[in-house]
Design a protein. Structure first.
Length: 86
């Protein structure tokens, strides 16, 4: 693995970690504040672990993917298109 590839993977891993952390904070806030009676529904379910896993997992995957996408889109500069006004 070259240095460029390693740097790219590290860049993506940092953004993924930031997104997952934001997702965990969001899930904690949603459950802590019992928004839409979500915590009540999860606790009343027969399989609390599965529901919690699906909720937290899907939110963390979504937030992590968005954070990586934002990081990638923020890399570009407009030196390759000097004719465009930005």
């Amino acid at each position: 693995m070259t240095r460029k590839e390693r740097d790219a993977l590290l860049f993506l891993a940092k953004h993924l970690a930031a997104g997952v952390t934001a997702g965990l904070v969001f899930c904690g806030a949603m459950l802590g504040l019992d928004v839409g009676k979500l915590r009540t529904l999860l606790v009343a379910a027969d399989s609390v672990g599965v529901g919690l896993y699906l909720f937290v997992g899907s939110i963390c995957i979504t937030f992590g993917s968005v954070a990586m996408g934002v990081g990638i889109m923020g890399l570009g500069d407009h030196a390759d298109r000097p004719d465009r006004e930005h």
